[in-house]
Each structure stands twice: as C-alpha cells, then as structure tokens.
Design a protein around this ligand. Structure first.
Ligand code: FAD
Length: 377
C-alpha cells in the first residue's frame, strides 16, 4: 500500500495506482503514451486534449488531479542517520529482494527500451538519494565457470522512502542493453546485456540479488535548503535526479524543506524517450520559482547551428545564467553515459573562454568547493 499525493490527507492506495508512477506502465494495444513533445507552459489539460485529438485512449490522468500538498512519509527514523548507509550487503553475500513491478517508461518511437523497476527490500537495504545498488544477475559467469556473474551498478531512482513512501522499496531506471551485429544490423540476443535484460524481463515476485548501497559522489547536499542544484542527465542518468526531485517537491520531509532552485537538463533521443516527464512537468506547474526543466531531443530538435540538439547545446543556451549560478555556489551534477562528458566539457571550456575565464581554474575551484559531481558509466 502507498500514500497518494491526491489529497491533503494521505490516502492509502495500491502501489500500482501511485499517481506519480510512469503512465507507460499500462501495457497493451491501448497503451497511451503522452505526447511528449515539449509543452512547457502548456497545461496538462492541453496535453490530454492534444492526445485525445490524436484518437488515442487516455489512461490514468491522476497527475492532473494531484494537489500541491506533499506526501506523508515513514518511517521518519530514516532521517536520523548522520552518514549514508554504505555496503550493507557485499557482492558475495547479497540481500535477496523481490521485484514489485517492471514498467516500460518510453513510448513506441523511442529507440530502445527503458524500464522503471521497483524492488522490495523490506527496509533492509536502506539508501540515500544519489546512491546505487549493485545487482547480481542470476546464472553463471561464462568467464568464470562455477561463479556468479559480476555485479552491475544501477543508480537508485527513488528517494529513501521508495515510490510507496514507506522506506521498503527502491526503484531503478534501466535501459535494456541490446547488441546489434555491425555487419548485418540484426539483433544478436546471445550478446545482449545480461543484467539489464534480466531486470527488464523480470516479473513481480521474482527474486533479485542486491549488494550495496554504494556511492557518495552523487549524494544531495542538504545543509543549505536554499541552494541551487543544476542537474545534467542523458537517458537513464536521470535516475538520481528523479530521487532528488521527489525529495524536494513531492515528499513532506521534516528535515529538508527545499526552498532553492533545482534545474534539470535532460537529453534523450526523441519525445517518446523522455523519462518521468509527467512528474517533472508537474513540479514545473506547482513550483515554477523553484524548478526549471529543459530538454534536448537529439533526433527531433536542431541546435542553433542546425545540428542535433544535445544537452550541451542547452547548457550553452543558458551558459551566462549557469556560470553566474556556479559563481554563487550552485552544485552541478552530471549523470549518464560516459560519452556525454567530452562534449559538455568542450562547451563549458568554450563558454569560459568567451567570458575571459580559464576553464581549468574554474573547474578546479568547483571541485575544491565540492560543487562538481560526476557519475558517468
Ligand atoms: P553486459 O552483459 O555487462 O554487457 C555489456 C555490453 O556488452 C552490452 O551492451 C552487451 O550487448 C555487449 N556485449 C555482450 N556480449 C558481447 C560480445 N560478445 N561482443 C560485443 N558486445 C557484447 N545502467 C542503467 O541502465 N541505469 C542506471 O541507472 C545505471 N546506473 C549506473 C551507475 C553506475 C555508477 C555505473 C557504473 C553503471 C550504471 N549503469 C546503469 C550501467 C549498468 O551497470 C550496466 O553496465 C548496464 O546495464 C549493462 O549491463 P548488462 O549486464 O545488461 O550488460
């Protein structure tokens, strides 16, 4: 059972009707994927009307009805610890969790599949926002016969309270790794990623081996509730930021009343590939002074030079503001595929030079001040 954000008084509802779970969890031929083209400033009613006008059926519009009140969370003892939990379960002695749900997050035109996976850890593998779980897929490691597979890390996409607000689950945002033969262009299932496919194919009730939690780089600094947090994500790199944003805007956390600015830049291939867009759009609607949300759709939008729109192009568009915020102490976070960093670093360097600043000096200062947080894989 979970607490719903639909009314001021927390109401018990089943996890599957959590208003903030991805709409795309509803599978089948009638599946509605919200028109994910950027409709900033447009109401959700518009989105619905727009989608309806395209003759698609609309399922679960609960986001539209959600009130601005925050969701009650428990147990509040999860706020007591002074340090984040680390390595509670080792790779060799993992915790056995249970899959609660596996939901496809992306629309039909997304290249590839990304799933939202909720795992029940019974409160036994607590974590903080920004940490990762290690998952050990079932079966034997072909490179080390007789041994289990190596662990794979996944950023946790929920807050410490989980999507059901009771501290007993963790959510992952997993992209299925698929191998295409470079010569034939055909999928070769024998070379598909082991763990991501295990997770995306798993069913409620399946068991999953968890190690961790791990990671301190992406923890959300909470000393100053008025701070600015600039989050740069590509694809599943949005996972830790979903956790931060739920903590800032969705949950009623007694020890962290966020009053600063959270600015999310999300880069994906196309509008069908957007992740958690309804949640983020809702924050934009309810907290316009505290949340900004910019997306780069590489296959649908053009940058100002007529090329593909990548997340660094969006950063460049707002570079003056971003640099000013960094000068004023903003935290900046990067998460996603390794390949995102060179393009972003080049852009930041170019912008710094245009402003007559040395990027090397600025970067080393940001690192020294603990404003710079990178987790790429
Ligand atoms: P593997 O089985 O490890 O295979 C890796 C790749 O090799 C696949 O693309 C596979 O198709 C290919 N391959 C397999 N066999 C061959 C072959 N014979 N020849 C050529 N290629 C082959 N991922 C997420 O989706 N979400 C996250 O939030 C996330 N967070 C992460 C956080 C951290 C800190 C780190 C380090 C990684 C994170 N990852 C995340 C990546 C994740 O850990 C895995 O690396 C990823 O899911 C692939 O694992 P796999 O077991 O599916 O693929």
């Amino acid at each position: 059972m979970a607490y719903s954000a639909l009314s001021q008084v927390p109401v018990a509802v089943s996890i599957n009707t959590d208003s903030f779970l991805p709409r795309s969890q509803f599978k089948g031929s009638n599946v509605f994927f919200i028109d994910k083209l950027r409709t900033s400033g447009l109401s959700l009613d518009f989105k619905i009307a727009n989608a309806r006008s395209k003759g698609r059926s609309v399922i679960c519009m609960s986001v539209q009805q959600a009130s601005k009140s925050k969701v009650a969370i428990s147990p509040l003892s999860l706020e007591d610890a002074k340090e984040p939990p680390l390595h509670l379960y080792k790779n060799k002695e993992p915790y056995t969790g249970t899959i609660v749900s596996v939901e496809r997050l992306v629309g039909p035109k997304a290249p590839g599949e990304t799933c939202h996976i909720v795992i029940d850890h019974g409160g036994n593998v607590p974590y903080w926002e920004g940490q990762s779980y290690g998952i050990i897929p079932p079966g034997e490691n072909p490179k080390k016969p007789g041994n289990p597979h190596n662990v794979r890390l996944y950023s946790i996409a929920s807050t410490r309270y989980g999507d059901s607000f009771d501290g007993k689950t963790a959510s992952l945002c997993v992209r299925r790794a698929v191998y295409y033969d470079p010569e034939t262009g055909k999928e070769d299932p024998s070379k598909n990623g082991v763990c991501s496919n295990f997770l995306c194919d798993s069913k409620p009730g399946d068991k999953v081996q968890i190690a961790g939690p791990s990671g301190k780089i992406m923890l959300l600094p909470e000393e100053n509730p008025n701070a600015t947090h600039i989050m740069i994500a590509t694809g599943t790199g949005v996972a830790p930021f979903r956790g931060y944003l739920r903590r800032m805007f969705m949950e009623n956390v007694p020890t962290f009343k966020f009053s600063g600015l959270a600015w999310l830049f999300l880069g994906v291939a196309n509008s069908d590939s957007l992740l958690y867009d309804e949640e983020f759009s809702k924050y934009l609607q309810d907290h316009p002074d505290n949340f900004r949300y910019d997306i780069a759709l590489s296959r649908e939008q053009k940058n100002r030079n007529g090329g593909k729109m990548y997340v660094q192009d969006k950063i460049e568009e707002y570079s003056d503001e971003i640099f000013k915020l960094l000068d004023d102490g903003a935290h900046i976070y990067f998460c996603g595929l390794k390949g995102m960093m060179p393009g972003i670093q080049d852009t930041l360097k170019r912008v710094a030079e245009k402003r007559g600043e040395s990027w090397e000096e600025k970067l080393s200062q940001l690192k020294k001040n603990k404003q710079w947080h990178v987790e790429v894989y």
